[in-house]
Design a protein around this ligand. Structure first.
Ligand SMILES: Cc1ncc(COP(=O)(O)O)c(C=O)c1O
Ligand SMILES: N[C@@H](CCCC[NH3+])C(=O)O
Length: 485
């Protein structure tokens, strides 16, 4: 697989093992795709600029830590998926990062949106998304979430359990609507990714398995038949999502084969073909120079070819196809900007030193290193240095040993408090999974474009956190308001 040039990367061949903070000739940019967003580069004086703005200016204006989102880069990636999968529908996976501005951009660029909670649904609606172009996911959608989705007219509901089918039927009758549903199936594919973000193997919570079990049938077959026999539901197709941060196109091709087989079996049982097939998201991105993501055009061509061949072999009309990229659109668009607070050399066995570089954020703004041992990289962003490289671990400020920002990175030996560090690939599942651990307020999301910046999501304050606290006396259960589930 080749390095991705989705966002019009410049000097891609400058990618090397050479530290990106060494001073370089003016015309060579070492901060390039697939790691960095398309507008990131070093100025002649050594400082990093993003969206035409110096990182020191951003730090002065919005403080650190901050998520710095390159609008053009995110939109170019969204359009690259839209164009690569032309004729298919592209649903941006909002769980990777969602706010009103992102919704507005994606709507303007012709994408649909996948939401998986009532909260994400409300953000998508507030950003002006057409409800008919939304898909609602989730293995435990509440009655309130389903009701809201039906009331606003969400285009498709991806059902995930028999309980949900019962719930949807009742709500559909109550609201006199006939929702379009897709059935989420698990294809049994072992995706090559971290266990916690693989979702197509058998022993996990999502979807209906395609494997025949002790009932003599597969849960997917029973659920499809259940939906088909329901007058309340309009079954339109099958959905599969094999996992996240996947590089091999083979997994998607395998999923396409198995789901098309399920569509053919359905036709054989019911005498009609389901029109839609969604192959989910999961397309991997680069977090370090070790990662080589596929180009959306190559991914699309590979998947398209298999779908056409298999459909022909099974005598099926090629279904209306959709995909749900999240990380591959939002991830590379954003860097996390931190300020160094302390530098502590620690002697390891054998006398080697590891420099613990502490920054002003950590696991509360990016849980992925702690949760999945995810590898990240970083560079000294406020200047270059010709000091010798030393092995460092960039860590956060939380009261937790696993509070790691970058496990292993070479930094210049003269790295010091006040220096700014930039971590690329922080646009997906960083702000969206951020927490207030240790009562640390969550950083802002600041968009940059053509030398200007605007805050999309403001920094939280301790006052915001205190405002959540309630002073009230203990009450009896009978006094409590009924819960509106
Ligand atoms: C159903 C579904 N679709 C799409 C995605 C988006 O995945 P990614 O951000 O890896 O593209 C996910 C998350 O893994 C998901 O669960
Ligand atoms: N949150 C995960 C991805 C899983 C997405 C939801 N199915 C990550 O950071 O990689």
């Amino acid at each position: 697989m080749t390095h991705s040039h989705v966002a019009g990367a410049i000097h891609a061949d400058a990618q090397s093992l050479r530290p990106s903070w060494l001073s370089v000739p003016d015309d060579v940019n070492v901060l390039v795709a697939p790691l960095w967003s398309s507008s990131v580069h070093r100025l002649p004086d050594g400082e990093v600029e993003v969206g035409g703005i110096r990182v020191s200016e951003l730090a002065a204006e919005v403080d650190t830590p901050a998520y710095v989102l390159d609008e053009d880069d995110l939109r170019q990636r969204a359009r690259a998926f839209r164009d690569a999968f032309a004729g298919w529908s592209v649903y941006y996976a909002g769980k990777s990062f969602l706010c009103r501005a992102v919704v507005e951009w994606l709507v303007a660029d012709g994408l649909n949106i996948d939401v998986c909670t009532g909260g994400e649904l409300e953000i998508a609606l507030a950003g002006g998304a057409d409800p008919a172009r939304l898909a609602l996911h989730g293995n435990n959608k509440s009655v309130a979430e389903l009701r809201r989705a039906l009331e606003v007219g969400v285009g498709r509901i991806v059902v995930d359990s028999f309980d949900e089918i019962d719930r949807l039927e009742q709500l559909a009758a109550e609201l006199s609507v006939r929702p379009q549903v897709m059935l989420r199936v698990t294809t049994g594919i072992e995706a090559h990714t971290h266990n916690y973000i693989a979702t197509a193997h058998e022993d996990q919570k999502f979807g209906f398995s395609l494997a025949v079990n002790s009932t003599g049938r597969s849960p997917a077959e029973r659920a499809l038949d259940r939906c088909e026999e329901s007058a309340a539901l309009d079954l339109i197709g099958i959905h599969s999502h094999i996992g996240s941060q996947i590089f091999e196109v083979a997994g998607f091709e395998q999923a396409a084969r198995r789901t098309l087989r399920a569509l053919a079996d359905f036709r054989d049982r019911h005498g009609r073909e389901l029109a839609e097939l969604d192959l989910g998201g999961g397309f991997g991105i680069a977090y370090t120079t070790q990662d080589s993501p596929a180009d959306p055009a190559d991914l699309a061509a590979g998947i398209r070819r298999i779908v056409e061949l298999e459909s022909a072999a099974l005598g099926l009309a090629v279904p209306a196809m959709s995909v749900e990229p999240g990380r591959a659109i939002s991830g590379p668009s954003t860097l996390l900007l931190y300020q160094v607070g302390t530098v502590k050399p620690v002697e390891l066995d054998g006398g080697k030193l590891r420099h613990y570089v502490s920054v002003d954020g950590g696991m509360s703004d990016n849980i992925r290193p702690a949760l999945y041992a995810a590898a990240y990289s970083c560079t000294l962003a406020s200047r270059t240095s010709d000091a010798e490289p030393v092995l460092a671990r960039v860590v956060g400020k939380h009261c937790e040993g696993g509070d790691i920002v970058v496990h292993d990175e070479f930094v210049p030996a003269d790295i010091a408090p006040g220096d700014l560090l930039a971590v690329p690939g922080a646009g997906a599942y960083s702000r969206s999974m951020a927490s207030n651990y240790n009562h640390v307020p969550r950083p802002p999301v600041v968009a940059v474009k053509h030398g200007q910046w605007r805050t999309l999501v403001r920094r939280e304050t301790v006052a915001d956190l205190l405002a959540l606290e309630v002073d009230e006396p203990y009450r009896r259960q009978t006094d409590a308001q009924p819960k509106n589930n």
